[in-house]
Every structure is written in structure tokens, then in C-alpha cells.
Design a protein around this ligand. Sequence first.
Ligand code: SF4
Length: 319
Amino acid sequence: MIKLSAGTAHVLGMRKLSTDALPTTAYMMSGERCTHDCGFCPQARNASSRTDLLSRVTWSQCRITDMVNRIRAAYEKGQLKRACLQVVDGCKAIEQIKEIVKEIRNCSDIPICVSAKVKRREEILALAEAGVDRIGLALDAASERVFRLTKTGNWQETLDLISEAADLLPGRISTHLIVGLGETEEEMVNMIRYMRDLGVIVGLFAFTPVPGTRMVGMRPPRLDCYRRMQVANYLMDIINTGDCRFNSGRLIDFGLSAELLTEYLKDGKAFETSGCPGCNRPYYNEKPGGIIYNFPRPLSKSEIEEAIDIVLKTLDGRS
Ligand code: SF4
């Protein structure tokens, strides 16, 4: 058995869901209750959250054999662009992944991304050999200080593993960074830059307080802060900007004129979900009808104007 996000189950015709944004990636989860104890995660060892939650998303069980044929059909119809497998517990993770990836590979060429707690280079290579297209190694926290406050595990070992994986499989590693765990914007921008320099794709998340987690009492990030981080992440991707200025840790200048910045942002792509190609994660961080941190679809003209306006208004004169 495997778990599918509610949106994925809907796209695969296994569950009815009323939604205005369908996932373009099939989100799958294997295992229950992680060996780690991150303060923000409903799957953490000591969380008392429902076990059918990851971020804000609910997950339902299905048989792997039922799922794979439906994934093939949805990929062939262009409804899905990628499959993302999240393995939450460490025990036998690599064996589980190999089995699931083999089942999918037997009937489809859909690109597969796997996020799991791998620790050694042999495990990274084993995943690549199993037919995985990209490997997600989540760092989550933008600095060692925030890592120690919010996560378990070892900061330096996690960074070293990401760097080693990026060397072993160039252009095939992704990471997640969560905005709003207590980092400064300068720490976040520096970490995004570090990952980009390694050739690692960054998927940005907004911290989302989930009932039953240690950090449920904390607030999500301010929207203006999140928009600046999206812009920093996007600009590093397209022009590798390195000229940001900060005031007390807050980003106040991208080193570009307002006109040039607007030109780069006018298609709205900076504000869409970031991460592996084809991943849009609808409502991972958002309540339907609430603030949209990551747009899972192209933005309307007015949404683009509003997002750019938020960014420009909070910068220091020049940009
Ligand atoms: S960016 Fe998307 S597809 Fe890639 S690992 Fe993260 S959730 Fe999965």
C-alpha cells in the first residue's frame, strides 16, 4: 500500500475533490511517523497530528498496482508531468523505494523524484540506478541556528550529503527550504545562493502551523517577506544575481532598478511554486480562499501586479 495526496487521488480518478487547482505531479507517501522530530512536521516522531497529514495536505491509502496504471494514463494524457515519492521513515527506505519505482518504471517513463532520509553515497547511487530522475534532500532550515531550534539530525552532515549528492548526480538534486522558521532573510538568501552554486534546485515552502506539531503556535511568514524570497530564488535561477543588500537581516535591495526588476517579474513565474520541474504542490501551504504563497498555476494580470507591488513597496528606493 501507498498513500496519495488528496489532489493526486482526484487526478487519478480514485477520489472526488472539489478544487480549483489540480496537482501536475503525483504526490505519493510511503511509511508513517518519521524517525526524526522536526518541530513543524505532522509526521515527526513526537507529533500528535493525524498521521494522514503532511504539511496541510491529507493523504489516503491505495494499492500500488492500482496506482501505477493510472499514473501511466495521466502522464500520457499530459495531466501529470512528474511523480514525487516521499518516504517518511528510515527503515528499509531504499528497498521500499526500489520496489515502488520499479512498479512505476515497468509501465511509464514519467520522471520520478524521491525524497528520503538517505545518509550515504551508495544509497544515492542506488536510487539513481533504480530509475529515479531526481533526488530530494530536504534541508528545510536556512541556517545552523534555525536547524538546531527546529530539527533533529546533524546540520553539517546534511549539508555535506547534499553537496556530495550534487557532485555525484549533477543537476539532479533538489532541496526544500522553509521560509518562516525564524531565519533572517539574509540567511535564507545566502542558503539559496549556496544551493544554486551547487546546482541544487530549491523548492521554497512557507512555514505552515499544523495542529499536533511542536510549532503549531507560531505564525506563517509575512507575505512581503515570502515574496522577496521567491524573487531572490527566481532571480538567482535566471540571472544569478549576487548583489542583494540587507538591513538588519532584511532584504532591501536586489541590486536592480525598479524598471529592470519589474521586467524580470512581469510574467509572474517568480511567484509560482518552485522546485522540481512540473511540481506545483497546490494548497500545501495555503488554505483555499486564503493567502496564496505559492501559485500552483500561472498568475492573472492583477495577481502579478499585486505581487510585484508588494515586492517594490518594501525595497529601499533603488529597486
Ligand atoms: S520540489 Fe516537488 S517534486 Fe521535487 S521533491 Fe519537492 S515536492 Fe517533490
